[in-house]
Design a protein around this ligand. Structure first.
Ligand code: ADP
Ligand code: MG
Ligand code: MG
Ligand code: MG
Length: 414
C-alpha cells in the first residue's frame, strides 16, 4: 500500500505499492505478481518505470528529491511532479493528442501514471540513427502555436490566466536551473561546465563578447519575467517520442509562464545540433539527404507555427488582447498586428535557439548528438560549428528575417 510519506519506488516495491490503484489495475490487470517492472529513466532527473501486465502497459514516473544526474548533493523539490501533471492536462486541452494521457496522479508520492507510448522512440535517438518521421514539423509547429496561443491572454480569460500564472509561479526551483545552466553558465567559467579539448579559443571569443552576453541577459530577462504564455520549458529532442509517422511530447516538468518564442527556439536548436553532428553519424552517401531532411523539418516547424498561429488569431481571439471590437472594420490592421507579433516571436526564438546550442556544448547537460561521437577531434570540430552558429544567431537574430535565411546560415556554417 501507499505509505503516508514520500518514498521512492523500486522495481521490487512498485507492485505492492500500486496494486490498490484502480487506474492502474483497470489498464494492466489486478495481480501484481503478473506485472513486469522495468526502470527505464534515461533522463537527468526522475525515476521512470514501464509496468507491463497481462492486459496492458503503463508508465510510472516519480520525481526524486534531488537531481539524478548529479546526486543528492543537489536537492530538487518533489513538487515539480505536481506541475508536470498540470502541464500535461493543459497541453492535452490545448493540443489534443499531443501528449501521453495522464491516468493517475499522487501528489505526496510525486508520481504520475500515464499512457505508455509504443512503439515510440525518443526522437534524439532517431535523429542520431538517421530515421525520418513523417509529419514531424507539422506536429511540432502546431503544438508550439496552439500551446503558445491558447495559453495566453489572446485566448484565455484574463482572470483565469492570471490565476494560472500564480499557480505555476510555485515551480520555483525549476526555472532557476534553466537560468543557471542555460542562460548563465556557458558565458563564464562556471563550476559544472565542461567542454571538449580544442574549443577553448571559440569559448573565450564568446566570453569576451560583452554585447553577446548582454543580448543573452536580455533574453534571460524575458524568460524570467515575461509571462505571456505557458511554455513546456524543456522542449528538446529528448522530450519528443516518435514512430515513423506519429509524435508525442513528454516531460513538461520545466513548465512555467514565459515568452512565446522559448519552446520553438529550444526546439530549433535541437534540430540544428542534430544537423551539425550528422557528419559523424552518417555515411557520406546518406549525409546530404538526411541533413536536408533535418532542415526541411525546421522549415516545416516554423511555417506551420506561423500558419497555425495566424489561423488561431483569426478564429479564436477570445481573450483580453487585440479584441475584435478594437479593430472593427480594420481587419487588415489586425492581420498586420499578428504578423508583427510573429516577427517578434521569431527574433526571440532565434536568440533562445543560439543559447541552447551553446549550453549543450559548454554547460552541465550535453546531448547525445555530440556526446556519442567517439573521435574526439571530429566531435570538437563539429561542436565548434555549432557554437559558431549559436553565436551568429544571438548576434544577428534581428536581421535573419525568415526561416530560409536561417537555413542558408546553417548550410554556410556546416
Ligand atoms: P526525465 O524528466 O527524468 O527526463 P522523462 O519524462 O524524459 O524523464 O522520461 C525518461 C525516459 O522514459 C524517456 O526518455 C523515455 O525513454 C521514457 N518515457 C517517459 N515517458 C514515457 C511514455 N509515456 N511512454 C514511453 N516511454 C516513456
Ligand atoms: Mg526528459
Ligand atoms: Mg563536451
Ligand atoms: Mg524532465
Amino acid at each position: 500500500d501507499t505509505p503516508d510519506q514520500y518514498q521512492p519506488l523500486t522495481p521490487e516495491t512498485l507492485g505492492g505499492r500500486l496494486a490498490s490503484i484502480d487506474a492502474v489495475v483497470e489498464r494492466i490487470g489486478s495481480d501484481p505478481a503478473d506485472w513486469v517492472v522495468r526502470e527505464v529513466g534515461d533522463g537527468n532527473l526522475n525515476l521512470v518505470f514501464i509496468v507491463e501486465g497481462p492486459e496492458g502497459t503503463v508508465i510510472v514516473k516519480q520525481a526524486l528529491p534531488y537531481v539524478r544526474l548529479v546526486g543528492d548533493s543537489w536537492p530538487l523539490p518533489l513538487y515539480r511532479a505536481f506541475f508536470e501533471n498540470h502541464a500535461l492536462v493543459r497541453q492535452a486541452e490545448r493540443d489534443p493528442g499531443s501528449v501521453p494521457e495522464v491516468h493517475y496522479f499522487d501528489e505526496t508520492q510525486a508520481l504520475i501514471v500515464m499512457e505508455f507510448l509504443a512503439p515510440h522512440k525518443i526522437l534524439r535517438r532517431k535523429l542520431i540513427d538517421g530515421e525520418k518521421v513523417e509529419g514531424l514539423g507539422g506536429f511540432l509547429g502546431r503544438f508550439c502555436a496552439r500551446t503558445a496561443f491558447r495559453g495566453s491572454e489572446l485566448s484565455m480569460k484574463s482572470p483565469d490566466k492570471k490565476k494560472d500564472v500564480g499557480l505555476f509561479a510555485g515551480n520555483i526551483e525549476i526555472p532557476a536551473i534553466t537560468e543557471a545552466l542555460v542562460f548563465t553558465d556557458p558565458y563564464h567559467d562556471a563550476e559544472m561546465n565542461h567542454h571538449s579539448d580544442g574549443l577553448d579559443p571559440v569559448v573565450s571569443s564568446l566570453r569576451s563578447d560583452a554585447r553577446l552576453k548582454a543580448k543573452v541577459q536580455r533574453l534571460m530577462m524575458k524568460f524570467a519575467s515575461n509571462t505571456e504564455t505557458m511554455v513546456h520549458g524543456d522542449l528538446h529532442s529528448g522530450s519528443i517520442m516518435s514512430t515513423g509517422t506519429q509524435s508525442r511530447i513528454i516531460d513538461p516538468e520545466f513548465v512555467q509562464y514565459g515568452p512565446m518564442g522559448f519552446d520553438i527556439g529550444m526546439l530549433l536548436a535541437n534540430f540544428l545540433m542534430a544537423y551539425f553532428s550528422q557528419p559523424a553519424h552518417r555515411e557520406a552517401a546518406l549525409l546530404d539527404d538526411y541533413q536536408e531532411w533535418l532542415l526541411s523539418v525546421i522549415a516545416e516547424t516554423v511555417n506551420t507555427f506561423e500558419e497555425e498561429f495566424d489561423h488561431l488569431w483569426k478564429t479564436e481571439r477570445t481573450g483580453m488582447l487585440y479584441p475584435e471590437a478594437l479593430f472593427e472594420g480594420q481587419g487588415h490592421q489586425s492581420e498586420e498586428a499578428c504578423a508583427d507579433l510573429l516577427a517578434e516571436i521569431w527574433v526571440d526564438a532565434l536568440g533562445f535557439c543560439g543559447i541552447e546550442m551553446h549550453r549543450r556544448t559548454l554547460s552541465l547537460a550535453h546531448n547525445a548528438d555530440f556526446e556519442d561521437i567517439e573521435d574526439k577531434e571530429v566531435k570538437a570540430a563539429l561542436e565548434a560549428r555549432n557554437l559558431q552558429m549559436g553565436a551568429d544567431l544571438i548576434r544577428n537574430a534581428g536581421t535573419l528575417g525568415s526561416v530560409e535565411e536561417l537555413l542558408r546560415l546553417a548550410r554556410q556554417v556546416n
